[in-house]
Design a protein around this ligand. Structure first.
Ligand code: ZN
Length: 172
């Protein structure tokens, strides 16, 4: 399983990049995709939908649900591409000189792809501490999309131990 990991990450990243999730668009097709992927592994998530019904976060627990876990957090939206001098379709993952290019590869679908790619290993790891995935939207317009999910988490009977945000250095 371990040596399949780079291929799994790359496939997931290519699929995630292919969704145009610029912040003013719906991210629901991408959330559908993640849910289908997780369902294929027997994992379900909980949607936290915004007031417009066009965007959703996803909260996922892998491992035991009766104790506090560690959160891996990433956003699904990307910054616009209009007026930029792209040499290829920004919503297509392209490899050049050993690097992967496409809108959001670094910020931050790459982190989301890595987290999702690790779920099969999380499932076989007999986790004593659960891992939560907190997948949000509307980060690029002021971190607004994560707030309803944070309110939801704050109301849970068991709160997480901590959170890793896989944001690129220098970003808010
Ligand atoms: Zn970001």
């Amino acid at each position: 399983m371990q040596n399949q990991r780079p291929d799994r990450i790359r496939k997931l990243l290519a699929d995630l990049v292919a969704f145009d999730t610029i912040s003013d668009r719906s991210n629901l097709p991408l959330i559908d995709y993640i849910e289908r992927y997780l369902a294929s592994l027997g994992v379900s998530g909980q949607r936290i939908v915004d007031d417009t019904g066009q965007k959703s976060s996803l909260w996922v627990t892998v491992g035991p649900e009766d104790r506090a876990g560690l959160v891996l957090s990433g956003h699904t939206d990307v910054v616009p591409v209009a007026g930029q001098d792209w040499s290829h379709n920004p919503f297509e993952l392209v490899e050049r000189d050993g690097r992967l290019y496409g809108r959001g590869t670094t910020d931050m679908k790459g982190f989301v792809a890595v987290c999702l790619a690790m779920v099969p290993e999380m499932l076989t790891a007999d986790l004593k501490t659960p891992i939560n995935l907190a997948i949000s939207y509307d980060e690029e317009i002021g971190c607004v999309g994560v707030r309803p999910m944070l309110r939801d988490v704050a109301r849970k009977p068991i709160r997480p131990l901590g959170c890793f945000v896989g944001e690129r250095p220098g970003c808010r």
